[in-house]
Design a binder for this molecule. Structure first.
Ligand SMILES: Cc1ncc(COP(=O)(O)O)c(C=O)c1O
Length: 379
C-alpha cells in the first residue's frame, strides 16, 4: 500500500492535499488551526509538539509537508510572501558573501540587494543565466549563492538548472531556483541538482489572487536550519489562514495548470502571427535549442508569456488601455487574465523592453482572450 501511494502522480497528491482529518469527527478535511498558542503539560512539555504559531502551526506544517513532497525535497519553510522567503535566504548567507542573480528575472531580488542589503555585507552581480560562460566568469571565491529563475519573469528565459548547479557546487556555492512560473507540476529543480527552491505561493499555487505567501523547499533539512531560525525569530511566517487557503488552491493546481497552459499556447500563437507584434516570449513557441533544454528539465510551458509590439512604449500602453476581458494589474496565477506593461513597473536597471506587455493567462475561454487582444491591437 505504501509503495503504491509513493508512486502516485503529483496531480493525485494535490487533489488530496489537506484531506487528512486530525480529529475524531471523520471530517474529510483538515480543520484549520486559527490559533497562536498551544497548551503546555504539567511537566512543562508540549504534548502536541507545537509551542507558538510563529515557530510552527499544524496547518502550516500540512502545507509545508505537501510542497516538500511535491518538489521532492526534505523540508519546506512557509513564509508570509515570496519576498519574505527570498529575504530569509539572503539573510542566511555568511558575511561578505557574493551572490549572482539573473539580469532578467522578477525584479524583487535585485531590489532587495540594491536597497535593503546595500552597504551591508552582501555583494552581487547580475548575469545572463542562460550563458554559462558568463556565469562562470563572474564566480568569485566569495560567491556563496547562484540565484536563477527559470522560466524567468517576464522574458520566459530558460536556464540550464543542471549546469548551473554544477558550476555552483564546484565553487561550494548553493543554487537556488525560483520555481514560481513552472510550479512543482512542471519542474522539480531539486531533481536537477538545485539546493533550494523558492516559490511565490501568491501565484499559481494559491491560484485565486487572494493569498500572499511564499516558501523555500530544501534538498536536505540542514540547508534550512539558518533560514528557519530567521523565519521564527523574524516572524515572517505564513499565517494559518493563508496556509489553509493555499492548500485549498493547490488541490485544483493540476486542472488549473492544464487550462492556463493550453490557453496560453493558443493566445501566444495568435500573437506570434499578428502584424503589430514584433515577437512573443513563450517557452511553448521557442527555438529548437531551447526546446531541447526545456524537455530535459520541464514537463510543460506554463501560463505566462510576454510579447513586444512594434512602435513605442506609448503604443504598448495604448494596447493595455483598450483591453476589456484582460485586467490591467500586476501578478499572475489567478483565474483572471492579467496584462501588464512591465517596463514602467520595474525600475532601472531593468532589461525589460519598453514595448513589452506581459500576459498572465487565466481560466477564461481562450477565444475571448484572443478576440480581446485582436480588438486592442486593432485600435
Ligand atoms: C517569479 C516571482 N518570484 C517572486 C515573486 C515575489 O513574490 P511575492 O509577491 O509573493 O512576494 C514574484 C512576484 O511577482 C514573482 O513573480
Amino acid at each position: 500500500m505504501m509503495d503504491f501511494c509513493m508512486s502516485l502522480h503529483p496531480e493525485t497528491l494535490l487533489a488530496h492535499a489537506g484531506t487528512i482529518s486530525d480529529d475524531a469527527s471523520g471530517a474529510l478535511l483538515h480543520a484549520p488551526h486559527f490559533v497562536t498558542t498551544f497548551q503546555r503539560a504539567g511537566d512543562g512539555t508540549y504534548p502536541g509538539g507545537y509551542v507558538y504559531t510563529r515557530s510552527g502551526n499544524p496547518t502550516r506544517t500540512l502545507f509545508e509537508d505537501t510542497l516538500a513532497r511535491l518538489e521532492g525535497g526534505a523540508a519546506c519553510a512557509a513564509f508570509s510572501s515570496g519576498q519574505a522567503a527570498t529575504m530569509a535566504i539572503l539573510q542566511s548567507l555568511p558575511p561578505e558573501s557574493h551572490v549572482l542573480i539573473p539580469e532578467s528575472a522578477y525584479f524583487g531580488i535585485g531590489a532587495l540587494l540594491e536597497t535593503v542589503f546595500s552597504g551591508k555585507s552582501l555583494s552581487y552581480d547580475r548575469v545572463d543565466m542562460t550563458n554559462l560562460f558568463i556565469v562562470k566568469s563572474k564566480i568569485r571565491s566569495e560567491t556563496q549563492l547562484i540565484w536563477v529563475e527559470t522560466p524567468s519573469n517576464p522574458l520566459c528565459l530558460i536556464s540550464d538548472i543542471n549546469a548551473l548547479a554544477q558550476l555552483a557546487h564546484q565553487n561550494n556555492a548553493l543554487l537556488v531556483v525560483d520555481n514560481t512560473l513552472a510550479t512543482p507540476l512542471l519542474q522539480n529543480p531539486l531533481k536537477h541538482g538545485a539546493d533550494l527552491v523558492m516559490h511565490s505561493v501568491t501565484k499559481y499555487l494559491s491560484g485565486h489572487s487572494d493569498v500572499l505567501a511564499g516558501a523555500v523547499v530544501a534538498k536536505d533539512e540542514a540547508l534550512l536550519s539558518g533560514i528557519r531560525q530567521i523565519q521564527t525569530l523574524g516572524g515572517a511566517v505564513m499565517d494559518p489562514f493563508s496556509a489553509w487557503l493555499a492548500m485549498r488552491g493547490m488541490r485544483s493546481l493540476g486542472a488549473r495548470m492544464r487550462v492556463h497552459q493550453e490557453s496560453a499556447h493558443h493566445v501566444a500563437t495568435f500573437l506570434a502571427g499578428h502584424h503589430r507584434v514584433k515577437c512573443v516570449h513563450y517557452p511553448g513557441i521557442t527555438s529548437a535549442d531551447v526546446q531541447t533544454l526545456i524537455s530535459r528539465q520541464m514537463s510543460g510551458y506554463g501560463g505566462l508569456f510576454s510579447f513586444e509590439v512594434f512602435g513605442t512604449a506609448q503604443d504598448a500602453l495604448a494596447v493595455t488601455d483598450r483591453v476589456k476581458v484582460f485586467t490591467r494589474a500586476t501578478s499572475l496565477g489567478g483565474t483572471e487574465s492579467l496584462i501588464e506593461h512591465r517596463h514602467s513597473v520595474e525600475k532601472p536597471p531593468t532589461t525589460t523592453p519598453p514595448t513589452l506587455l506581459r500576459c498572465a493567462i487565466g481560466l477564461e475561454h481562450p477565444d475571448d482572450l484572443i478576440a480581446d487582444l485582436a480588438q486592442a491591437l486593432a485600435g
